[in-house]
Write a protein that binds this ligand. Structure first.
Ligand code: RFL
Length: 403
């Protein structure tokens, strides 16, 4: 690394500059660091914010294997809990799928994303990794040249420029990596599923020992344990709803109604500590590379949370990118970098397909016209097939836990 402060913007160099300290950026940073590669992470937020940012919770078996392979799974083994059952509740009754004994026999590990991020941060910093908190990347410049760089603003407002051989865009959907892609360089596929969820984090113990999916004429409701004291719920809501308009009582009453608590047991209520409206959208960028800039995680593709795949793909892509960068920077072999995009996109499209299938499974079409009746009858038939067909259940289990 070289540094100089002679011009207005401080200049630094690193072989790999990683934008964003989410699951993608931190797995990548740990793997590069373990291989002795000179890298730095630029992260807009501070450490406290990262450790409190509750999002995902369901880690796929392959995600756990990746973290184990690199010695990054200690926290999730100590505090995570295995999970292998989901329950569907509809107008036709309820049924459970023990997906852990179907398909490839794989289970989820429930471990909050902010705890995983906390572990990955602690490990990286303890190993001497460089990370600049409070540093917002502004733009990736000259990615298609031999001298790419990143401009950024440090916590005190001072400008800084990082020169790199490679830049890893792991800064999510609204980050600088995506913004820096020149028009026409990359194709973006986008789909708005026209469904919105009110995502709720509650300080309440889980109400059942399964992931709960409730399809109701008033809209979808979901239940997902996070820890013995914290549960995530989802309520389908109108597009453009303001989360603040829902009182806690109204939320719990609506959840109880849609989850048919009168028939199947009451919900454990508690205070609601986070509420966010999520518009279910998908997008995929193709290819996931522009010159020296590589995209991973939400920066590469956005999945609706309907199938809990985003964080899992982020970890998978980070491992693939780390392997490719190590091949080049340590062994002088660029084949992995050339194949990176193609390898990731195969996983991304499979995840998108399953996520879209879940959206169609869980939501009634609005209105009472012919098209919506048709859609709703298909949805009912799809759920019935899942209840009764063994091959359908194996298919579901394989895709539900897999990435
Ligand atoms: P992240 O986690 O968003 O991290 C990006 C980091 O980049 C920083 N950043 C910048 N830093 C510097 N300069 C800039 N210009 C920057 N712009 C942004 C941000 O501060 C942040 O620290 O992206 P990453 O690493 O790609 O990870 C993706 C996952 O976070 C995401 O896919 C999942 O959370 C999606 N998701 C779920 N995924 C699962 O696999 N399983 C789940 O159960 C699950 N549940 C969820 C979810 C997403 C949700 N929301 C909020 C959409 C539940 C919800 C409610």
């Amino acid at each position: 690394m070289t540094e100089s402060r002679s011009s207005a913007a401080a200049q630094h160099t690193a072989d790999v500059v990683i934008l964003g300290a989410g699951p993608a950026g931190l797995v990548l940073a740990n793997l590069l660091r373990a291989n002795g590669i000179d890298c730095v992470v630029l992260e807009r937020a501070d450490r406290t914010h990262l450790g409190a940012r509750a999002r995902a919770g369901f880690l796929a078996a392959n995600t756990v294997r990746i973290l184990e392979r690199h010695g990054l799974a200690e926290g999730l083994h100590r505090h995570g809990r295995e999970h292998a059952t989901c329950e569907f509740r509809t107008e036709d009754g309820r049924f459970r799928l023990d997906y852990g004994s179907l398909g490839r026999g794989e289970r989820h590990t429930v471990y909050p994303q902010q705890d995983l991020v906390t572990d990955l941060l602690a490990r990286y910093l303890a190993d001497g990794g460089r990370l600049c908190f409070g540093t917002e990347a502004l733009a990736v410049l000259d990615a298609d040249s031999a001298q790419p760089s990143v401009t950024a603003r440090e916590a005190d407002g001072r400008p800084v420029r990082w020169r790199a051989r490679y830049v890893a865009g792991c800064d999510g959907r609204h980050g600088a990596a995506r913004r820096s892609l020149p028009t026409g360089a990359i194709r973006r596929y986008h789909r708005d599923h026209q469904v919105s969820w009110l995502g709720l984090l509650t300080e309440a113990p889980p109400s059942m020992d399964a992931v709960g999916y409730a399809v109701h004429e008033r809209g979808f409701a979901g239940h997902m344990a996070r820890t013995p004291e914290v549960t995530r719920y989802y309520l389908q809501c109108e597009r453009g709803s303001s989360p603040g308009l829902w009182s806690e009582e109204r939320i719990w009453d609506e959840l109880a109604l849609r989850m048919r608590a009168t028939d199947y047991g009451p919900l454990n209520r508690g205070s609601i500590v986070q509420r966010t409206v999520v518009d279910l959208q998908s997008d995929v960028l193709e290819p996931l590379r522009h010159g020296a800039l590589f995209l991973a995680g939400d920066a590469a593709s956005l999945l609706s949370p309907s199938a809990a795949k985003g964080a899992n793909l982020a970890v998978l892509e980070a491992e693939l990118l780390a392997e490719a960068l190590v091949d080049d920077l340590v062994h002088g072999d660029r084949a992995g970098l050339a194949r990176y995009s193609e390898r990731c996109l195969a996983h991304v499209w499979r995840a998108q397909e399953f996520s879209q299938w879940m959206i169609r499974l869980l939501h009634a079409a609005p209105g009472a016209h012919d098209a919506s009746s048709f859609h709703n009858s298909l949805r009912r038939s799809r759920i019935e097939a899942l209840r009764t067909s063994r091959s359908q259940q194996h298919w579901f289990a394989e895709h539900y836990v897999g990435v």
